[in-house]
Design a protein around this ligand. Structure first.
Ligand SMILES: [Zn+2]
Length: 507
């Protein structure tokens, strides 16, 4: 750095200390955007050639411990980045963040700051431009100061992390949310209403306040002179320090995926409510989600699966892929053994109705596969069918008609929740197994496109599915006694254990 550069740094620094900036804000004004240099502001100022020559605010800030007089709150950050105020703010955040129940290793801080800091930052830049135009051109030229949020995290993130035994990670799903308040915020923003009455109408301000994105869009269009006419340049010394209103913790959802088998014919997939009353005691969703939410200590959950089976349909084979999104979990990481124990717990609590496997924590992005699978993948079924008038000789000929395309009108039984439409669905493969000594019952094995209504294909749904299996049999009457899903061709989530897949194909 040339001597002339340190001289100008010193001059800028001196000017803004006199204006009422804290040392950290001076570093911002000196154009430093390297976050790592905010860990030690004094060092970084020294590197820029700034000498501590004892400006009024600076001296107080330096020796606040020995003095009863506290410095004026900084005009740029309202005390947020300024000792001794920053120390008490950080202590307050630490006291407010009750993290002991969470298993987090990393954290991020989300800050809701008063809107007026945007105006104050802009006022500092206008001041800089007015007094040090060449320096401004070289170091800013349309760019903003390092934001208060970034500066705060850069200054105190490691300190917060050390105290909380967490690592600051800007992409962490565990967030300490801090809401700040500055009593004069409204007052300082008020000139925006007369400046742009079209944007900050009285109605808008009453409803939404002085929203930051609107302020930013106004500032983008203002030049220095226009700004100076409306707002204080340099900004006035704040009457009080910024305060913390609330510290809350937020955590992104944890997704626990797996596959389930359903071995009974009296369990709905989701809680079955009719006019607000339960029709059945339990559901697949509740039996699976309950133990998962309890272990992760979440507030609630959302269940999703690759399609769904009717209450009286079993789900065999490797099972149906599902995901439980646990909201606000306190526990977000589970070990392999914990997941296996959880599978066992769900299976045991269901008293033989369910079995869960391949339980694992998955990334949110991978849930796309679950949704796609619901639409696109093939499914295999085994149906026990019944011909009251006896099985016609055309049975083998009928199954040889596959592959074939059906026109399926929305089934009567789901009309109350699905719009009326005719959907084309494909039966890809069919095969038949006759039961020895039985002239009326047979087993039909089907492989179909996802979303095909199997029961309706077999009995015809009063002509709403064309052709029906009865049509293929030459108009014979055929009904379905029992249906099992035997395979869902979706290789998600990845297999975890090589446990035996119970075929359990008895009807
Ligand atoms: Zn400051």
């Amino acid at each position: 750095m040339s001597p002339s550069e340190s001289t100008i740094h010193q001059e800028v620094y001196k000017h803004f200390v006199d204006v009422g900036c804290c040392r950290t804000c001076c570093l911002r004004i000196l154009g430093n955007r390297d976050k790592s240099s905010y860990k030690s502001v004094d060092e970084s100022l020294k590197e820029l050639g700034v000498q501590n020559d004892g400006g009024a605010n600076e001296k107080d800030e330096d020796s606040h411990c020995n003095k009863l007089v506290k410095p004026n709150p900084c005009v740029g950050c309202l005390g947020l980045l300024q000792k001794p105020y920053s120390d008490s703010l950080i202590n307050e955040i630490i006291r407010g963040a009750n993290i002991s129940e969470y298993d987090a290793k990393t954290f991020n801080v989300s800050m809701n700051l008063p809107s007026c800091y945007l105006l104050r930052s802009e006022a500092l830049l206008v001041e800089l431009r007015k007094h040090f135009p060449a320096f401004y051109e070289k170091n800013f030229d349309g760019q903003a100061l390092l934001s208060l949020k970034d500066a705060f995290k850069a200054c105190f993130g490691h300190q917060l992390g050390d105290t909380l035994s967490l690592t600051l990670d800007l992409s962490s799903g565990f967030v300490i949310d801090v809401e700040f308040r500055y009593d004069d915020d409204q007052e300082e923003c008020k000139p925006l209403c007369s400046l742009r009455p079209d944007i900050f109408t009285r109605h808008y301000v009453r409803k939404n306040g002085y929203t930051k994105n609107r302020i930013e869009s106004i500032l983008d269009t203002l030049d220095c002179d226009e700004f100076s006419k409306t707002f204080q340049v340099p900004p006035l010394i704040p009457s009080q320090v910024i305060k913390i209103v609330k510290v809350t913790l937020a955590r992104e959802s944890t997704n626990v995926a797996g596959r389930y088998n359903k071995y009974c014919r009296d369990l709905p997939q989701t809680p079955w409510l009719l006019n607000g009353e339960r029709k059945m005691e339990s559901s697949v969703e509740e039996l699976i989600s309950g133990p998962i939410v309890a272990l992760l200590r979440g507030t609630s959950s959302k269940f999703a699966s690759s399609g769904r089976e009717d209450v009286d349909v079993r789900s065999l084979g490797r099972g149906r892929p599902f995901n439980v999104e646990v909201l606000m979990p306190k526990v977000a990481a589970l070990q392999f053994d914990q997941l296996r124990a959880l599978e066992k717990e769900i299976t045991e609590k269901s008293e033989g109705k369910l079995k869960v496997r391949d339980l694992q924590i998955v990334a949110r992005e991978s849930l796309v596969t679950l949704k796609q699978g619901e639409e696109e993948k093939t499914k295999e079924y085994t149906a026990l069918c019944f011909c009251p008038d006896g099985i016609p000789d055309t049975l083998e000929g009928a199954v040889a008609r596959a592959p074939l395309v059906l026109d399926q009108s929305t089934p009567i039984r789901v009309l109350h929740r699905r719009p009326v439409a005719v959907r084309q669905k494909e039966i890809l493969e069919m095969s038949v197994t006759r039961l020895e000594g039985d002239a009326q019952k047979f087993i039909l094995n089907l492989k179909t496109q996802a979303g095909t209504y199997i029961k309706e294909f077999i009995h015809g749904d009063f002509g709403r599915t064309k052709p029906s299996f009865g049509d293929l049999l030459g108009g014979a009457k055929v009904d379905i006694l029992a249906l099992d899903v035997t395979d869902i061709a979706l290789d998600w989530p990845p297999r975890v254990s090589c446990d035996d897949v119970q075929s359990n194909g008895k009807h």
